[in-house]
Design a protein around this ligand. Structure first.
Ligand code: IFM
Length: 448
């Protein structure tokens, strides 16, 4: 094993003082949804439908983090990281989605947050990372406008319990996945392929964000934001058709959410297709959606080559394979896309919004000697550093992920962890990337 000799090219001292290095996870991917009195969520039921997830795998046991969280937090601390980003499961807190809270679930998050703090780490929480309670899914989930009020109720309950000790809170993780991937492309729960459902989810997810922020502001909580994902849209060739297809892709994926949040508008190029399907009166919600954020989380992994598909209805586009080296997800490795987005987002917010890379990493099957992951992360750390040099107010960087975990529809085969998990024994083994990170972070930050 070469883990002790592998090195990142960067060290802590290459980044500004106070820059936070962290690792990220999500509840359904690691906790084990069958433990601790959690209610079923739509991923439990989605996985029980043939063909939806690899091997019909689900998150019922996952990494058994629900019982092993202390050992896992030790791994975050021992890597020399500063912060831990995790999510809280709505269905664990409220098994029916609303009404009676699950005391065991609330106690669990209470202990977890205290455990993070006891280890000298900053807790960064996400309120929703995709585990919609099945009882609310029955009522239409993200298609139902009432989801905003349900989410507000959940926000009030969980933040009433742990909000006082969190360093940063995001309402939602990756609304594009919540809405488009899950209601238009059908790859994630609830697995719909319906433009009307997608349009409603695209709006309601933002409305829910707005209501949740309103609740947390009223509670006097601070450092509130949202985590969006971005994928660099590149025309597949030099034709006008490919340019238009890429612009539409960019609009749906990379512009819809952030322009609503920062500028209270949806991009025209997307309204061309979605406007007929949006809920009546959506314009009246834009003021609530666009209330100020304290920070923005950026999840970045790859680029996408976009080509026109004129035989299909709007958005009439498709993706084609690109030439760059790929991860186990078949995602091209394109670190320049990260620098592109950091600069674009900084410009869009006039430099007035602190930005964090809240997820970046790769799936790589190497069990322990994951040199490819070290190279991947290094190239993205370099892109982040370059963006800082260009004036981007980038405050931190969370590696995805602490542990190998449940990669949604792909099951347990795609390994994103800097720590290997043997899913038969639940044994954790730090990989070369974990050791390399520890070496890079050991170097002290420069004096002021
Ligand atoms: O595992 C996911 C995570 O849940 C959200 N962002 C992307 C990761 C890799 O696909």
């Amino acid at each position: 094993m070469t883990s002790d000799t592998s090195r990142f090219a960067f060290a802590r001292s290459n980044f500004p003082k106070g820059f936070r290095f962290g690792a990220a996870t999500a509840a359904y991917q690691i906790e084990g949804s069958s433990f601790g009195g959690a209610g079923p969520c739509h991923w439990d039921t989605f996985a029980q439908t043939p063909g939806n997830t690899a091997g019909a795998e689900d998150g019922s046991v996952a990494c058994d983090h629900y019982h092993r969280w202390e050992e896992d937090l030790d791994l975050v601390r021992d890597a020399g990281l500063d912060a831990y980003r995790f999510s809280m499961s709505w269905a664990r807190v409220l098994p029916e989605g609303r009404g009676q809270p699950n005391r065991e679930g609330l106690d669990y998050y209470d202990r977890l947050v205290d455990g993070i703090l006891e280890r000298g780490l900053e807790p960064w929480a996400t309120l929703y990372h995709w585990d919609m309670p099945a009882a609310l899914s029955d009522l239409g989930g993200w298609r139902n406008r009432d989801v905003a009020d349900w989410f507000a109720e959940y926000t009030q309950i969980i933040m009433g319990r742990v909000g006082d000790r969190l360093k940063g809170t995001a309402t939602l993780n990756e609304p594009w996945c919540v809405a488009w991937l899950s209601h238009f492309l059908g790859h994630h729960a609830p697995g719909l392929r319906d433009i009307r459902a997608a349009a409603r989810a695209m709006h309601h997810v933002l409305l829910a964000h707005g209501r949740s922020m309103e609740v947390m502001r009223a509670m006097g909580l601070e450092n509130l934001g949202i985590v969006l994902n971005f994928e660099h849209a590149r025309p597949a060739d030099e034709s006008d058709g490919a340019a238009l297809a890429a612009a539409r892709y960019d609009g749906i994926y990379n512009r819809w959410f952030i322009e609503a949040l920062l500028h209270r508008r949806y991009p025209e190029i997307v309204l061309e297709g979605l406007a007929p399907h949006l809920p009546a009166g959506w314009e009246d919600d834009m003021d609530l959606i666009g209330r100020p954020l304290d920070w923005l989380g950026v999840n970045y992994y790859t680029c996408n080559r976009v080509a026109p598909d004129p035989d299909q209805p709007w958005p009439a586009l498709t993706s084609v394979p690109g030439p760059l080296p790929k991860t186990d997800m078949d995602w091209e490795i394109a670190p320049d896309g990260l620098a592109f987005f950091l600069k674009r987002l900084s410009a869009l917010s006039d430099g007035n919004l602190p930005i964090y890379v809240t997820e970046n990493g790769m799936a790589d099957s190497a069990p322990e000697d994951d040199q490819t992951r070290i190279a991947y992360l290094d190239s993205h750390f370099a892109a982040a550093r370059a963006a800082i040099d260009d004036g981007v107010d980038l405050r931190g960087y969370f590696v995805w992920s602490l542990l190998d975990n449940y990669e949604w529809a792909f099951g347990y085969d795609k390994r994103f962890g800097i720590v290997h998990v043997d899913f038969d024994t639940q044994k954790r083994t730090p990989k070369a990337s974990w050791h390399a990170l520890r070496a890079a972070l050991r170097e002290p930050a420069p004096a002021e």
